[in-house]
Ligand binder design. Structure first.
Ligand SMILES: [Zn+2]
Length: 242
């Protein structure tokens, strides 16, 4: 009897220990699981933070409130009439590049060329022309702005018009070479735009670079002159421009 009791007791004790061990094992497993899940959550949070940081930086890097950019007083704002062919009023949300053009009409003035863009509103023919530019630089170096920075111009191509602004330049003859007044003004103004739109000379392109068009002719024919122009812009944008 005594033996049996002892055996039962031992058996009970053994079972109790087994239960205890299982309970502890389960507890340990649960703890491991919590640590595992916790670790995963931490890693996910870290990855999310990095992704958000990168995305934020990429999008903020070039972000400029275009409507808040005020033109210097040496730019003459003579906005053309809103119309479907030269000033459609489409909002430019972001300016990623500056496109340089030549007017391809030797000897004409900036005002004449802007007046031409404005006159497109009165087209009556069957085939309508769409053309314009934000800025035109004249033979005396004068700068006329015909379209606000935050509106699209029909200057380069369907794809490029949506995130670029355009500068047309007047020229004395067929070669398309700009005179010194026009050139100096173009360097200064392009540098000013870079400063105020958080861009650099790397964001300055020729119409030719976007579509292959022979524009601006002199800078297409003379690659070295184009490089020199970009270098001049680089130097100018590092200084204060008044
Ligand atoms: Zn062009």
């Amino acid at each position: 009897m005594k033996n049996q009791t002892n055996e039962s007791f031992d058996e009970l004790e053994r079972r109790r220990r087994v239960r205890e061990r299982r309970r502890k094992q389960k507890k340990k497993q649960k703890q491991k699981q919590v640590i595992y899940i916790g670790g995963k959550v931490l890693i996910l949070a870290a990855v999310l933070t990095v992704v958000l940081f990168v995305v934020n930086n990429v999008f903020q890097k070039n972000y400029v409130d275009v409507r808040a950019v005020n033109m210097p007083e040496w730019v003459n704002q003579e906005f053309i009439t809103p119309n479907p062919y030269s000033r459609p009023g489409t909002e430019l949300k972001q300016i990623n590049q500056i496109v340089i053009h030549y007017v391809a009409n030797p000897g004409t003035t900036a005002r004449q060329n802007m007046a031409y863009f404005d006159s497109l509103k009165d087209q009556t023919g069957e085939k309508k022309i769409s053309a314009s530019s934000h800025f035109i630089i004249g033979l005396d170096g004068e700068i006329i702005q015909g379209i606000p920075l935050y509106e699209m111009a029909y200057a380069t191509s369907k794809e490029k018009n949506v995130d670029t602004i355009s500068i047309e330049c007047c020229h004395p003859d067929e070669t398309g070479k700009f005179n010194d007044h026009t050139y100096d003004s173009l360097v200064k103004f392009t540098a000013w735009l870079c400063q105020n739109l958080k861009l650099t000379e790397k964001d300055v392109i020729r119409h030719y670079d976007a579509t292959g068009k022979d524009c601006p002719r002199y800078f297409v024919a003379h690659e070295d002159e184009w490089k020199k122009f970009l270098q001049d812009v680089k130097e100018a944008r590092k200084k204060e421009i008044k």
